[in-house]
Every structure is written in structure tokens, then in C-alpha cells.
Design a protein around this ligand. Structure first.
Ligand SMILES: C[S@@+](CC[C@H](N)C(=O)[O-])C[C@H]1O[C@@H](n2cnc3c(N)ncnc32)[C@H](O)[C@@H]1O
Length: 255
């Protein structure tokens, strides 16, 4: 029997917890700063961070709110988050093992729910978003930051294939237009949709990946037409191939 995305996430992230704790990509202060700005946290707020990993988003929000509860499905990621929390003397963040598809809290308890760089791992994103909405107070805010794709449908499909070769727990990342449609269909009022792009070295895709999947990544990139190479901005910089990675930050409130 093949493994579920949740089993794959535990396997992949269980082995990468130390890496994520120190990951430059996940601690990028410009992105975390923008996340905090768009979340517009208030001192009396109670926050839920879903798919917290090693807690970077929870730690960025903690100084601005009353408390943060941070959940994740991978025990090793939470253990690393707890270690970082103690090392930084953060006293208003607590961690709990939980699946985004079954959030273990009552309806309407959180002022803000955040989910950063995790939604593309969920086996049923709509169900997970429904859970996040349920846990929010009426009028409460949702903030998503996730991997995304270009609006060109074929390039979007290629990016998803590249990411699956990189990370076997990758399910799907969505273009900004799809995010807006999904959130509105679930009863959220979308406030802001901010796509952003990072031009990253090929090692961001091939690092820590099997030889078979590295070969598949290069074969897929070699097969790109010149139009698609332009969308990916595929070119060598200082002897290393670089290509675009797409992201999106979205805020919405429970209408
Ligand atoms: C890239 S890391 C998260 C990064 C983190 N949110 C941050 O801001 O730095 C993705 C996390 O999603 C978690 N995850 C994957 N599927 C999940 C699920 N169904 N429920 C909860 N967490 C999940 C993984 O265990 C992993 O820790």
C-alpha cells in the first residue's frame, strides 16, 4: 500500500527537522516581516499556527499577541520547535501534535489562524481550510503563505512536478487565482493576495534528493520550450543553474 501524504510528511520532515530549524529560506526576515505586517496582530489576540514546522511563524508573531498555539503532524519538527522556543525564552507559544484536517480545538476560539509553507502538503486542502475557518472567531483573520505557481497552466503543472521530485510529501501548490476562488467558496472574504517570486539555485530542488529524482528534475528542465524557460527565468548565475520559485501570501477573514 502506498503511503498517504501525511505519512510522507512525517517521514520527510522527521528527517529534516534540524535543517528547517536553521533554514535561510524559512527564516527570511523580509517574508516573516511581511507576514506579521499583513496579519496585523493585536496584543490581546489568541493565534493558531497550523503546520508550524520548527515554529518560525509562531515565533515571529509571539511578541505581538497574547498567545500562540502551534500545531504540526511531525513529532521531530515539534521537538526542534520546542528546543528553539526554550533557547529563545519565548513563554507564550505552546506546541501540540495535530493534523490540519482535524484541528483539536473548539469552534470560534482564535483571532488569527496562520499556515505558512505547509498547505501544499495537505491531502485535502479544502477540508483543512474548512477546519481553519471553523476554529476562527467570526470576523477572525486567516493568513496563508505558501508555495505557488505561475498563472500559465502548463508552467504551473511543471513546477508542481519539479516540487514532487524534490519532496515526495508535496501534494499541490496553487496559483493565486485558485487560492482566491477556494477561499471565497469556503466563505472567506479575501483581503490581500500578494504573489512573490524568488530566483533560486537548482540545489534548492536537488538538495537531499535521490539520484533518480535529480535525473528527473534535469530531464524535465531540459525539455522546456524557450517560452517556458523564460517563465522559469532558467539561467546560470556564477556557474549554477537558477530558476524561479513562486509564492503567495493571502489574508482573508471569516465572513
Ligand atoms: C515547510 S514546513 C513548515 C514551515 C513553517 N510553517 C514555517 O513557517 O517555517 C511544513 C510543515 O507542514 C507539516 N505538515 C504536513 N502535513 C501536515 C498536516 N496534515 N497537518 C499538520 N502539519 C502538516 C510538516 O510536518 C512540516 O512541519
Amino acid at each position: 500500500m502506498s503511503e498517504s501524504p501525511e505519512q510522507a510528511a512525517r517521514r520527510v520532515f522527521g528527517a529534516r527537522a534540524a535543517f528547517y530549524g536553521a533554514s535561510k529560506c524559512h527564516t527570511d526576515p523580509a517574508v516573516l516581516g511581511r507576514v506579521v505586517e499583513l496579519a496585523a496582530p493585536q496584543p490581546d489576540w489568541t493565534v493558531l499556527d497550523v503546520g508550524t514546522g520548527t515554529g518560525h511563524t509562531a515565533f515571529a508573531l509571539a511578541p505581538h499577541v497574547a498567545s500562540v498555539v502551534a500545531v504540526d503532524i511531525t513529532p521531530e519538527m515539534l521537538a526542534e520547535a520546542e528546543r528553539l522556543c526554550a533557547a529563545r525564552n519565548v513563554d507564550n507559544v505552546t506546541f501540540r501534535l495535530a493534523d490540519a484536517h482535524a484541528i483539536p480545538f473548539d469552534d470560534g476560539v482564535f483571532d488569527l489562524v496562520t499556515c505558512r509553507r505547509a498547505a501544499h502538503h495537505f491531502s485535502n486542502l479544502l477540508e483543512a481550510l474548512h477546519e481553519m475557518r471553523r476554529a476562527l472567531k467570526p470576523g477572525g483573520r486567516l493568513l496563508i503563505d505558501d508555495r505557488s505557481g505561475p498563472e500559465d497552466a502548463a508552467a504551473d503543472a511543471i513546477m508542481n512536478r519539479l516540487d514532487r521530485y524534490h519532496d515526495e510529501s508535496h501534494v499541490r501548490q496553487y496559483r493565486p487565482s485558485r487560492w482566491r476562488a477556494m477561499l471565497e467558496a469556503l466563505g472567506f472574504a479575501v483581503e490581500a493576495v500578494e504573489p512573490y517570486v524568488r530566483h533560486r539555485p537548482i540545489s534548492a530542488l536537488t538538495g537531499d534528493v535521490s539520484e533518480e529524482n535529480i535525473a528527473a528534475i534535469y530531464a524535465l528542465l531540459d525539455s522546456l520550450t524557450s517560452d517556458r524557460r523564460a517563465i522559469f527565468d532558467l539561467r546560470e548565475i556564477n556557474g549554477e543553474l537558477h530558476l524561479n520559485h513562486w509564492y503567495v501570501i493571502i489574508t482573508a477573514h471569516k465572513a
